[in-house]
Design a protein around this ligand. Structure first.
Ligand SMILES: *[C@@H]1O[C@H](CO)[C@@H](O)[C@H](O)[C@H]1NC(C)=O
Ligand SMILES: *[C@@H]1O[C@H](CO)[C@@H](O)[C@H](O)[C@H]1NC(C)=O
Ligand SMILES: *[C@@H]1O[C@H](CO)[C@@H](O)[C@H](O)[C@H]1NC(C)=O
Ligand SMILES: *[C@@H]1O[C@H](CO)[C@@H](O)[C@H](O)[C@H]1NC(C)=O
Length: 435
């Protein structure tokens, strides 16, 4: 029995059950335009959605698809699919082509019934849609899922196509197909490659598998909402620590205070590195420690025995100690206190310096905390279009971008070096998660 999406409005659920009783109850919607009349429906993916397809675009932004709706990134609301991909009414499967010496490299291929659509920069390529066998000979119509597998992870640059309980491994160079029977794997309705790992999505769960052997790698299934999306109200009763450590959703802010306690903020939760470092990270609701703040922090930094938390146009200053007490008169307008307008993306102070480095969009602004009034004294262009969070410690500056962080010896080098350091994975290398 497949997942029942409790998520659709009553009106949609009713009209769907009349129009297409099998929609959530068997294979995915095929080619009949079951969703046509339902453009008012808002699907909430935090209620549990069995996705039709999940695929990154050429910039690495991950898109999720269900019926005539789609989501951009790991949080946010549903939008109509045809606003972004105007030729599509729904999709059965999608993948991003990895084939470096071909014109198709980085194109996103969508499958709808017996047709395949190739997009680059969200524009349909000339000559598409085509019949599937024209482009992928040997691959059946009405697919369930697809995912690319570059050489090195698979034996050759290939695509894995899923239909029912069969997997077709398609070599993109010589177009040979190998049929695999991975019957221990659930039937995938979507498949995704993420940080060189392979995931099969089924119901609201997912299972990681090895792309060559199909072996299940680790303890699965796990709930998609814990790792691939940000759901504020979800997770009650589940293990918040495991979820927050291993989530692939970007961090909002990160800092360590003068007492050496490190905090990472995401949504309504924060992770704290235990005083005994071997215990690792533990998750708690933000409001349990900073009761004036519910969640969605923009930046946090520590300075002079105080913790500064920035949210929108407001600055909250807490006295650090065993507990955190909001200092009287707070919150204050960010502009009055730091001479810069919100929203900002990240902020950090290095050691016992008096300069806070504030990152906003592509720029880093230096503000001297000892001066009155405080104003921006220097700014510099950064080598990243957007940063989620930043921190500075004895081992230098770390900037956090999506699922990765990058380490620089100093703020100077962050703004001046032309070479981007090796990306490190936040969940694996920083938070000690194993997947
Ligand atoms: C986009 O999709 C919605 C809902 O499926 C439909 O009502 C609308 O007519 C479509 N728009 C275009 C331009 O195709
Ligand atoms: C997977 O697909 C096969 C073939 O259609 C079907 O017999 C089987 O019941 C499916 N398994 C699940 C768990 O839905
Ligand atoms: C999802 O996985 C959990 C185990 O993590 C399992 O108990 C549950 O039945 C699964 N649900 C579906 C719809 O597959
Ligand atoms: C929650 O997960 C953490 C990290 O995986 C683990 O150490 C802890 O024992 C788990 N707690 C419970 C109650 O399962």
């Amino acid at each position: 029995m497949r997942l029942l999406a409790q998520t659709l409005s009553v009106c949609l659920a009713l009209s769907l059950s009349l129009a297409a009783p099998s929609l959530f109850d068997g294979p995915k919607p095929a080619d009949h335009h079951v969703m046509e009349k339902h453009h008012d429906a808002k699907i909430d993916r935090c209620q549990g959605v069995e996705f039709d397809a999940i695929v990154p675009d050429e910039h690495g932004v991950t898109f999720f698809f269900k019926g005539d709706h789609m989501w951009t990134g790991f949080h946010g609301d549903a939008a109509l699919l045809n606003h972004t991909y105007k030729e599509l009414s729904h999709t059965n499967a999608a993948f991003r082509m990895h084939h470096p010496d071909s014109a198709d490299h980085d194109h996103v291929f969508f499958f709808q019934g017996d047709k395949v659509f190739s997009y680059y920069q969200h524009k349909l390529e000339e000559g598409y849609p085509k019949n599937i066998p024209e482009v992928f000979p040997g691959i059946p119509n009405h697919l369930d899922a697809a995912v690319e597998c570059p050489k090195g992870e698979c034996v050759a640059d290939s695509v894995l196509f899923f239909k029912d309980n069969k997997v077709y491994q398609f070599d993109t160079r010589n177009k040979e197909v190998m049929l695999r029977q991975w019957s221990h794997l659930p039937n995938c309705t979507a498949a995704m490659r993420w940080l060189e790992h392979y995931y099969c999505f089924h119901g609201h769960n997912f299972t990681r598998f090895h792309p060559v052997t199909g072996a299940i790698v680790g303890n699965y299934p796990k709930d998609t909402r814990n790792y691939f999306m940000r759901c504020a109200k979800f997770g009650h009763g589940s293990n918040d620590t495991e979820r927050e450590r291993c989530s692939h959703v970007h961090l909002d802010a990160i800092t360590s205070d003068d007492l050496g306690k490190a905090y990472a903020f995401r949504g309504n939760f924060y992770l704290r590195l235990s005083d005994r470092q071997t215990d690792g990270w533990h998750a708690f609701p933000i409001s349990s420690t900073w009761k004036e703040i519910e969640g969605d922090v923009d930046a946090a930094f520590s300075y002079d025995g105080k913790l500064y938390i920035i949210k929108g146009e407001q600055l909250f200053i807490y006295k650090s100690g065993a507990d955190y007490a909001l200092i009287e008169g707070n919150p204050k307008p960010l502009k009055d206190e730091l001479g810069i307008e919100g929203p900002i993306d990240a902020a950090f102070v290095c050691g016992d310096h008096d300069v806070v480095h504030v990152i906003k969009g592509r720029k880093m602004y230096d503000i001297n905390l000892n001066a009155t009034p405080r104003t921006v004294q220097k700014d510099a262009l950064l080598p990243f279009p957007r940063v989620d969070a930043g921190m500075c410690g004895p081992d230098g500056v770390k900037v956090f971008v999506g699922a990765h962080y990058f380490r620089y010896k100093s703020p100077m080098l962050l703004s001046h070096s032309r070479i981007r350091p090796h990306p490190q994975r936040i969940s694996l290398e920083l938070l000690g998660c194993d997947h």
